[in-house]
Design a protein around this ligand. Structure first.
Ligand code: C5P
Length: 422
């Protein structure tokens, strides 16, 4: 159950401040108490009234307001976590120098809580030697500085410096919140199950599609975007887990806060997943792994021969990584992971329904859970929404989740949390 934590949410003076309203919402909707501490200049972008309305608490910027509460010390001492977004170049410079010339910098200095900074600024400012040195100083003191996202900036140019989306920031800071220590009083609404169900757990998630090279310029690939797998990684982070994301080719951003390893081919993915599974509690194989790879790799680009000639490509089987994990666990029951989750992108036909094929696959693969989604050219791959049915090998009830890929991911993670904590 989510214990209420006290979060100080510092707001720097950058245009990305408007995005932080959504982050505040995510914190308060999860039951946390949030004191917003904007810098004076940030109020040019988002006013005090917005922060007071969304947090339900008074908002001050200066040490000379609410002096009777000794705010400049109390806020920092009471905080379980300090999150500052957007962290501007100026604010980070002041923090690195140990300055205390407003309520926010005072609060950071007086606090022993973990501090997470989410910088946002123009690429030029982010890459400036002064900022780089300040970030290094802050990191050396144990402050977490999240790398900014790359993309369209405030003007017409693009580059590193965007504030990550609120959902990503929310997921990235979960692991800095202390594990639950107190139960909510009886009668208070319970949070969605699974919300902090994975605190202290390590979850491996594979995502995206593998590519099997034919020659230096061509490959056999698939249509997986990695959106469902990265959504699962985000949901697991939000549930408090340490997440090891093994990424094949993605058409989406890597969530902030994961331990990332990358792989291109099925064989590389097998090695990366095997390594990531060491000491992990669960593995979720959401990656679309090529079943076959070209038998031969041409070291130079395959040339056209004659007018209509075309080469014949021979394929060989790739190892089934999921089945390999199950087999390894069977031989070494203590090695884990305790829960092995497979995915099945299925289509029905005249011989059987999607679920009939999926049940057969669950038995064949021997994993604990199988997440089944019906695919067609418009369902599943690359889309924003998804519908899945989760089948359990122990005959447990089927669960069905539909909605955005983030919503489906939260459903899966809640199911996983329940099973791991059983
Ligand atoms: O047999 P099928 O490819 O439908 O199985 C899908 C599941 O098996 C997914 O979880 C996928 O990540 C995994 N898989 C694997 N190794 C393969 C092929 C699929 O681990 N070579």
């Amino acid at each position: 159950m989510t214990a209420q934590q006290r979060i100080v949410l510092g707001i720097g003076g950058g245009i990305a401040a408007y995005k932080v309203a959504s982050l505040l919402r995510l914190f308060t909707e999860s039951g946390h108490q949030v004191d917003v501490v904007p810098t004076e200049s940030s109020l040019q972008f988002v006013g005090k009234a917005t922060w007071e309305a969304l947090s339900g608490r008074p908002v001050n910027t200066s040490v000379f307001e609410a002096v009777e509460d000794v705010n400049h010390v109390r806020l920092g001492q009471d905080a379980d976590l300090i999150v500052i977004a957007p962290a501007t170049a100026d604010l980070m410079a002041r923090l690195a120098a140990g300055m205390a010339n407003d309520l926010l910098t005072n609060t950071v200095l007086a606090s022993r809580a973990p501090v997470v900074l989410a910088p946002a600024m123009h690429t030029g400012m982010w890459e400036n030697a002064a900022t780089t040195a300040n970030v290094a100083t802050l990191r050396s003191r144990g402050i977490t500085v999240i790398d900014p996202a790359v993309g369209r900036l405030t003007g017409k140019d693009t580059g590193a410096g965007r504030l990550p989306d609120a959902e990503d920031l929310f997921a990235a800071v979960q692991r800095f919140l202390p594990p639950p220590t107190q139960q909510k009083p009886p009668g208070e609404a319970a949070p969605p199950s699974g919300e902090t169900a994975l605190t202290g757990r390590t979850i491996v998630v594979s995502a995206g599609g593998t590519r099997e090279p034919l020659d230096p310029v061509r490959f056999l690939g698939n249509r997986s975007s990695g959106k469902q797998g990265t959504a699962i990684a985000r949901a697991a982070l939000a549930a408090g887990a340490t997440v090891r994301l093994v990424a094949a080719h993605l058409e989406t951003d890597v969530p902030e806060g994961v331990e990332l390893s990358t792989a291109s081919t099925a064989l590389e993915l097998r090695d990366a997943v095997t390594e990531a599974c060491q000491g992990a509690d669960a593995v979720i194989m959401a990656a679309a792994v090529a079943d076959f790879r070209p038998a031969d790799y041409a070291g130079t680009k395959i040339k056209k021969v004659g007018e209509d000639g075309a080469p014949t490509v021979s394929l060989v089987r790739n190892p089934d990584i999921l089945a390999g994990l199950v087999g390894h666990r069977r031989q070494n029951p203590d090695a884990g992971p305790g829960l092995i989750v497979g995915f099945a992108a299925e289509t029905g036909d005249t011989h059987g329904s999607v679920l009939e094929y999926a049940r057969a696959k669950l038995t064949r693969k021997g994993c604990d859970l199988l997440v089944v989604n019906e695919v067609s050219t418009t369902l599943g791959f690359g889309t924003e929404d998804n519908t899945v049915t989760i089948l359990a090998a122990d005959g447990g009830p089927e669960a069905r989740f539909a909605g955005t890929k983030d919503e489906v991911a939260r459903g899966l993670i809640a199911t996983l949390g329940t099973l791991l904590n059983r």
